[in-house]
Design a binder for this molecule. Sequence first.
Ligand code: KG4
Ligand code: ZN
Length: 359
Amino acid sequence: MVILGIETSCDETALALIETREENGVFECRVIASLIHSQAELHSPYGGVFPMLAKREHEKNLPIILEKLLVEAHLSSDKPTINAIAVTEGPGLEPALWTGIVFAQELSKKWNVPVLPVNHMEGHIVGSLLTSDVADGTWQPLKTLPTPSLALLISGGHTELVSIEKIGLYKIIGRTKDDAVGEAFDKVARLLGLPYPGGPQISMLAHEAREKNIVSLVTLPRPMISSKDLDFSFSGLKTAVLYAIRGAEKTPDGKLSENFISGLCREFEDAVTETLTTKLRVAIEDTGAQSIIIGGGVAANITLRDQFEIIASEYGIPLFMPSKHISGDNALMIALAGALDTSKPSRTLKAHGTKKLGE
Ligand code: KG4
Ligand code: ZN
């Protein structure tokens, strides 16, 4: 079965083509082509994603990227050999999501193939099970997931701990009460005058601070670290950064010193890391998880990745993390989630903040 994946939930316009097969209970897939067009530069002046701008860009770019994808895959655009179209139905920015959904519906009519609605967060879960994201057409079995498993989803819109009985059967056992962790990275970066997206910038400066032994004079809180539940809160951390900036010594022209900025980035990353890893440990123990999945754009963070490796080896369980290239939004994970066909009534990880297809 050949599946076209479409992802437009935020500021990446992404399309991918995969082929899947199942023989003797073994699910295999091969990546035919995968393209991601990031709008980050366009949104940078706003310090975050501007939904109507994202919508306009998706609308403009979808047909162009599709054409490119079909050329790469050596398929005709009139009636390509595609069996289904998997599209992100949510969660995400509603105007942006609709561009992908409408595009999928139009192609579905034109090519007479079904549309498979996919939950974006489920995409981040299954994306971690790919052996390779390289579009070289090699058949690859999906990684075997020992269950019950536990996913920590860390993106610009979400921070969730999801207990996984099996792929397609999820229960959210912890989530952020306010800002998502990626959002906190982006907002703190903005406060420090760093460009959007903030995650890679903060991570780079934190790394530099560690190399140069620069420490922050300000200690930031580790929010909800000793609360009994598995929930998170990151807006207080952002506010603490704001107060630290207000109280900091400035240069004569009112600027923060470079050392202050990189020291604070290091402290912020440490606070986030300690918070996420503490809750992850508690969740592993509570659920008896036999494996860990990390998903979402923040999974590209090196400091976090190192800590997740340590936790997995401490508990002696496998860790599944997406390659850095597909930790952010991509359509490969959407095509794969569509192919796994998990949209059964048992699905509890639901799209929210969005309308369902056909509504
Ligand atoms: O999953 P994603 O691409 O989009 C959403 O579904 O939200 O995640 C984007 C988020 C942004 O907030 C970005 O700042 C963050 O991922 N991010 C990082 C890093 N790379 C991207 N956060 C921390 N460290 C990074 N290296
Ligand atoms: Zn995402």
